[in-house]
Ligand binder design. Structure first.
Ligand code: ADP
Ligand code: MG
Length: 399
């Protein structure tokens, strides 16, 4: 790397800092939106159940039921999209490698990045045409989160290289024990000087608009998967980045490999419309803790028809007062609880002072919850926001 002045180094640090702050901010927004989506899902389902109760399944206005069903379903689907966004911020190293279809991941990433290669360029009058070519068995073993991030960076670079529009070609195919991925653009291409410095940290030709970290990240992800990168570029004609990752061995069993859109969430979406009221095996006394009163009230409305007694607390301190005064079967608590103690601290106190009370953590932070910590604090179940009535009951062990 050529020697750089202090000023340049400081600028680069400032940019990295800005990036990190941006990531954190995005995480916070995801969390807050999950809270809003939960209020939508929950209340739509409560209203649906109310309709069914009042009129009987058969005579409730079909139209109204349908509309409420769509509201709940849309909020749940929105949460699925948020989850994908959240995955970007999650450190990939902590997860064990898994088998996944790179073709599926590419398809998903293409869709996820479409605002950048489709909507924006179109609005700017430089349309980009997408050609997606996915062939055969494209299973690899690794970390989909980090590969997705790499694909995203390469797609963004390809778009940046086509200021006049052009063709973005995304290819995934199996070849000689490898899964080959190509991200090809018909853009500016690179000079030999740029080509030589491509993978240097902080090397960018985009001025303040660039970070020079995209390809560093790509390189790291490919290394992590024991793969390699090839770059073909011709000035004025375009560039192709080619990643070669070791293909996963063919599966002997006929079980279809897990795909990213086929997780437990898919079941949740299907179940969203089912809102039959249910009776609890045994009515329980539940303490619901959330600094958002509407959320507490929603849980109350969800659980009361099942015969449960629900008490609301808007802070951990408040919750401890209630716990001291009476016995509770379960505590359902949010993680962030405003200025005082948080949900973890409350879990710890409940573990130590009320060991017979079951503790359920409800959170909009989704996958970033530390499972080790949850075990240590005797958290019996974690339910992700937004949750349906069924998901809440399942977390309470009532299913
Ligand atoms: P950034 O995109 O923030 O500049 P990257 O590490 O992603 O950082 O890319 C570094 C540089 O490599 C870019 O600034 C650009 O000059 C060059 N580059 C990367 N991909 C392409 C491409 N597809 N076509 C032309 N140049 C590219
Ligand atoms: Mg980039």
């Amino acid at each position: 790397v050529a020697a750089q002045g202090d000023g340049a180094a400081r600028d680069q640090l400032a940019r990295a800092e800005k990036l990190r702050a941006l990531g954190e901010m995005a995480g916070g927004i995801v969390h807050d939106l999950n809270q809003n989506l939960n209020l939508i899902v929950g209340h739509a389902q409560i209203a649906l159940r109310g309709l069914a109760d009042q009129a009987g399944e058969g005579t409730a206005p079909v139209e109204l039921r349908e509309l409420l069903g769509i509201i709940a379903q849309s909020a749940i689907e929105g949460a699925e999209k948020l989850k994908r966004l959240q995955a970007y911020a999650k450190p990939a190293d902590g997860e064990p490698p898994e088998r996944f279809e790179l073709g599926d991941l590419m398809r998903e990433t293409a869709q996820l990045t479409s605002p950048r290669w489709k909507d924006m360029p179109q609005a700017q009058g430089r349309p980009i045409r997408l050609r997606l070519e996915i062939e055969g068995d494209t299973a690899v073993i690794g970390r989909p989160v980090s590969v997705r991030e790499a694909l995203t960076n390469l797609i963004f670079n390809a778009v940046d290289a086509m200021p006049e529009g052009g063709v973005l070609r995304l290819v995934v195919r199996r070849q000689d024990g490898h899964v080959v991925v190509e991200i090809a653009d018909s853009g500016t291409g690179m000079t030999p000087e740029v080509r030589a410095r491509l993978f240097e940290p902080f090397f960018t030709t985009k001025g303040a608009g660039g970070t020079g970290l995209g390809l560093v990240n790509v390189f790291g992800a490919v290394e992590q998967h024991d793969g390699r990168i090839e770059v073909d570029t011709a000035l004025g004609q375009g560039t192709t980045f080619r990643l070669l990752l070791p293909a996963a061995p063919y599966l002997a069993s006929t079980a279809p490999p897990r795909t990213l859109t086929d997780g437990p969430a898919a079941g949740r979406v299907r179940r969203a419309a089912e809102v039959a009221p249910r009776r609890a095996e045994r009515p329980q006394r539940i303490l619901v803790v959330d600094d958002e009163p509407r959320m507490c009230r929603m849980v109350l409305r969800m659980l009361q028809p099942g015969g449960h007694e629900v008490v609301e607390a808007y802070s951990a301190e408040d919750a401890l007062e209630h716990l001291k005064a009476r016995n509770f079967d379960q505590v359902i608590s949010d993680l962030g609880l405003g200025p005082g103690m948080n949900g973890w601290e409350l879990a710890e106190r409940v573990r130590d002072e009320h060991p017979r009370t079951r503790f359920v953590l409800a959170t909009g932070w989704g996958g970033s919850i530390d499972a080790e910590r949850a075990r240590a604090f005797n958290v019996a179940a974690i339910v992700g926001k937004p949750y349906s009535i069924d998901a809440l009951l399942a977390a309470m062990g009532d299913e």
